[in-house]
Each structure stands twice: as C-alpha cells, then as structure tokens.
Design a protein around this ligand. Structure first.
Ligand code: SF4
Length: 78
C-alpha cells in the first residue's frame, strides 16, 4: 500500500484465502518479513492471533495514546 497500511484496514495484498499475494517478493514490506510466526504472537488459534494483531494495531495507531495515561503498555494477555 503506497502510504502504508492503516491500522484496522485489510491489506490489499491479502487474497481471498488469507494469503499474501507478494510473499517472497522484494516489494513485500520489510516489516512483514520481520514478524515471523511465533507461539507468543499467534497463540494456538486464529482467534488468538487476530486478538494479538488487533491489540498491536491499536497500540501503534498514530492518533492513539499508545502508552495510555499511565504510560504502561498492557498486552491482551494481561
Ligand atoms: S504480509 Fe504484509 S504485504 Fe502481505 S498481506 Fe500481510 S500485511 Fe500485506
């Protein structure tokens, strides 16, 4: 996506089977390759992975207060 993927917006490179259409290609954003699947991030179900990704997107929204009023991050497992 030319200006980056806004939080909460489906990536235009995601196909109907939920696969990356540019996986392994040089135009795939570096950040995507820097997030390999892990049990910490994905849990053991799609629901857990989506909850974690949603939390990360919310925490990194430019218009939000990522640290909250106390400046302390709270993960979805806390
Ligand atoms: S890996 Fe990156 S480019 Fe590919 S679908 Fe996911 S967010 Fe989009």
């Amino acid at each position: 996506m030319p200006d980056g993927k806004p939080a909460g917006v489906r990536c235009i490179q995601l196909d109907d089977a939920l696969r990356c259409k540019i996986f392994g290609q040089p135009e795939r954003p570096t950040v995507c390759g820097s997030l390999p699947p892990s049990e910490d991030m994905c849990g053991d179900s799609r629901e857990q992975a989506m909850r974690w990704l949603g939390w990360m997107e919310e925490q990194t929204m430019p218009t939000s207060d990522p640290g909250g009023s106390d400046g302390v991050f709270q993960s979805p497992t806390n």
